[in-house]
Ligand binder design. Structure first.
Ligand code: FEO
Length: 407
């Protein structure tokens, strides 16, 4: 859509991907953006590139400002291909004097592109690079969310190129936070955090502490996805502080799949029990809710009750998918239970419970199984399970205990 000026001599030159709907397992119903930034100074500098298929958008935007061959430095904050896919063509086109990256970034670039001959300029945390009247300070952010990840801070402008952090997968023609609906913006940012950064929450906490210690107080945060924060920088930093603490609300999720509606009927009765004890709940049928939307709900839930009937001596495939995905993202501070109907062997509840235990979810009971169709007494047991889980969640809140927390 062409370049957008952020400040004098600083431009967004990225690309909009309106049509992507799956980002390595994360649903993106409103697309995403690949943000790149151009700074004009004595040394003209490009921060990040875009996904390979959007290379022409990047070149077109740069060309409307300056001849790309005049670019002196290319900074690669992150080597994942949505940002580095165009690097080979861009290096070829601009012939940079320096390709700036972290130590792990250099290794990752060579691993991806087999180019030992590029003009690498390796920077570590605390290193600075003068562009002319501007100075760039670099911060390695290893495992936020790749080993190579780093951020670049324009000291005089207090502008942070934050790479993936503080981003959203949301394609809009607006480029700034004050131009879009705030509620929708924070909902996208929460989904991004829950699905990309949740497992690295301890590192997010360190990052925020390091910023405070180094007195880094960005006036603008320019991430590599979504809109640029210039109005509510404090709001998104505060949200990251809250999300990285994994603070829970009085909220339970009953996540289930069902075959002939028996497990669904159990889920409804469990919800009734949760509500009786004062816990709000959501019933999330795995066939109707994407795993990445469920993870967004998990972010601030205090209780997870997971249900599946038994099929072929195991759980339903969508439950296995959900558990694999959720386990990898390492939510902490939850209580929960497993439930489900069965016909003869009934392994699903045990298998779900085992995985929940591995995830350090505080289990209430050994799981609730019902043979074929739930009868009145079975539904009473489901209501009671909901009540027990609700009491455990509220008890957890009162005690301040955090199942799964390591520090
Ligand atoms: Fe947006 Fe980790 O790449």
């Amino acid at each position: 859509m062409g370049p957008v000026q952020i400040k004098e001599d600083i431009y967004w030159v990225g690309a909009l991907d309106w049509n992507i709907r799956d980002f390595h397992g994360y649903s993106t119903p409103k697309g995403t953006t690949y943000n790149a930034y151009l700074v004009l100074d004595e040394k003209i500098t490009l921060f990040d590139t875009v996904k390979k298929t959007f290379k022409n958008d990047l070149i077109e935007s740069i060309s409307r400002i300056v001849d790309p061959r005049r670019i002196d430095y290319l900074v690669v904050n992150h080597v994942e291909m949505d940002h580095s896919g165009s690097v080979p063509e861009i290096v070829e086109l601009i012939g940079p004097e320096k390709l700036v990256c972290s130590p792990m970034g250099k290794k990752a670039l060579i691993d991806h592109f087999s180019r030992e001959d590029w003009p690498y300029h390796v920077v570590e945390t605390g290193h600075q690079l003068k562009l002319g009247k501007r100075t760039v300070s670099f911060f390695e952010t290893r495992m936020l969310h790749w080993p190579d990840s780093m951020m670049s801070y324009l000291t005089e402008d207090r502008l942070l190129f934050s790479n993936d952090a503080f981003g959203e997968h949301w394609a809009t023609s607006q480029r700034f936070d004050d131009e879009v609906d705030g509620g929708e913006l924070f909902a996208h940012a929460a989904k991004y955090y829950a699905n990309i950064l949740l497992l690295y929450s301890p590192l997010v906490r360190k990052l925020l502490a390091n910023f405070a210690e180094a007195r880094i107080e960005p006036a603008i945060i320019a991430p590599d996805h979504g809109v640029i924060w210039r109005k509510d920088v404090a709001g998104i930093v505060s949200a990251y502080d809250k999300w990285s603490r994994q603070e829970s609300l009085r909220k339970a999720l009953v996540i289930y799949d069902t075959m002939w509606h028996a497990t669904a009927t159990m889920a409804e009765a469990i919800g009734e029990g949760l509500k009786q004890e004062g816990l709000d709940f959501k019933l999330l049928n795995l066939k109707c809710n994407h795993r990445s939307d469920i993870m967004t709900e998990v972010l601030d839930a205090s209780a997870l009750i997971l249900g599946s009937p038994t099929i072929n001596n195991g759980m339903m495939p969508v439950m296995a998918d959900m558990l694999t995905y959720m386990k990898g993202l390492r939510p902490i501070g939850k209580v929960g239970a497993a439930f489900g109907s069965y016909g003869w062997s009934g392994e699903a509840v045990k298998l779900i419970s085992e995985t929940m235990r591995e995830m350090n979810i505080g289990l209430v009971g050994d799981g609730l199984r019902v043979k074929y169709c739930p009868k009145k007494q079975d539904l009473d047991r489901c209501v009671e399970l909901g009540r027990q889980v609700a009491r455990a969640a509220i008890g957890l809140e009162s005690s301040g205990s955090r199942p799964g927390a390591t520090s």
